[in-house]
Design a protein around this ligand. Structure first.
Ligand code: MLT
Length: 248
């Protein structure tokens, strides 16, 4: 890397935006160059019709990094952001200096999950992002999460464009199974999992960690699907450890 600080790219999950990394951005930029963009259709960025594959998101990010002269970087993805990290690994594995996977998974959707995503995409296009908000918010946090934390996720979902939500749902539905890639990842990997995650069951994180040669699995014991907001100090120290483990 040319800059003395290692570059940490934080990729948000569905249907959220970069603000969900607020605790990490503040802390980690003391030691790393932190980039936390909004994926297309989310946060303040424009939407558009069709299905956006994880490769489309990955290409957007790679183009952005090219534009600012960043060659190698550490990619950290939350949930859908992790699917995007796997797409970066398919497209440009040599650019990855390290990987962080927060409440994410390698497997593809089952046929039933694909059908549910299509139903939701249609409903979102018809009735708006409220459909995604109603489906997602109750599943994101461990019981007892403070209201203001839950509200942060709700506010991010409200900022997402309806076409962006639908396009990402369709893109996630057709993502390939990344399990086959896991033994081929030859950089340090930090997996951070919420013990009470109802979207990504703990067993999936354990299986993923076993298949990656240089992986470490850290549990956020009191977290659901959003450890970066629910137990930010655990996520911050795990990511600091990942940055340390990565060769410059
Ligand atoms: C996410 O948090 O990004 C989504 O729950 C991922 C998914 O629906 O598979």
């Amino acid at each position: 890397m040319t800059n003395t600080k290692k570059v940490l790219l934080l990729i948000h999950g569905f249907p959220l935006d970069h603000t969900l990394w607020e605790h990490q951005i503040g802390e980690l930029q003391r030691t790393s160059r932190v980039l936390a963009p909004d994926l297309r259709g989310f946060g303040g960025s424009e939407g558009g019709p069709g299905a956006w594959t994880m490769e489309n998101f990955a290409q957007d990010l790679l183009r952005h990094l090219d534009g600012i002269g960043v060659e190698r970087f550490i990619a950290v993805g939350h949930s859908m952001g992790g699917y995007v990290v796997f797409a970066i690994h398919r497209l440009a594995p040599k650019r990855l200096a390290g990987i962080g996977l927060v409440a994410s998974r390698a497997g593809a959707d089952t046929p039933e999950a694909r059908a549910r995503r299509e139903e939701t995409a249609k409903a979102v296009l018809e009735r708006g992002g409220i459909v995604a908000e109603e489906q997602m918010v109750p599943k994101l946090f461990a019981p007892g999460a403070p209201l203001e934390t839950v509200e942060k996720a709700r506010a991010a979902i409200r900022r997402a464009s309806r076409s962006g939500i639908a396009a990402a749902l369709r893109g996630m539905a057709c993502r390939p199974d990344a399990t086959i890639q896991l033994p081929e990842i030859h950089v340090p990997v930090m997996i951070i999992a919420g013990r009470q995650d109802s979207i990504v069951p703990p067993a999936e994180s354990e299986a993923m960690a076993r298949m990656i040669p240089d992986a470490r699995l850290v549990w956020a014991e009191r977290s659901g699907h959003m450890p970066m907001l629910e137990e930010p100090q655990i996520v911050n120290s795990a990511l600091a450890e990942l940055v340390e483990a990565v060769r410059a």
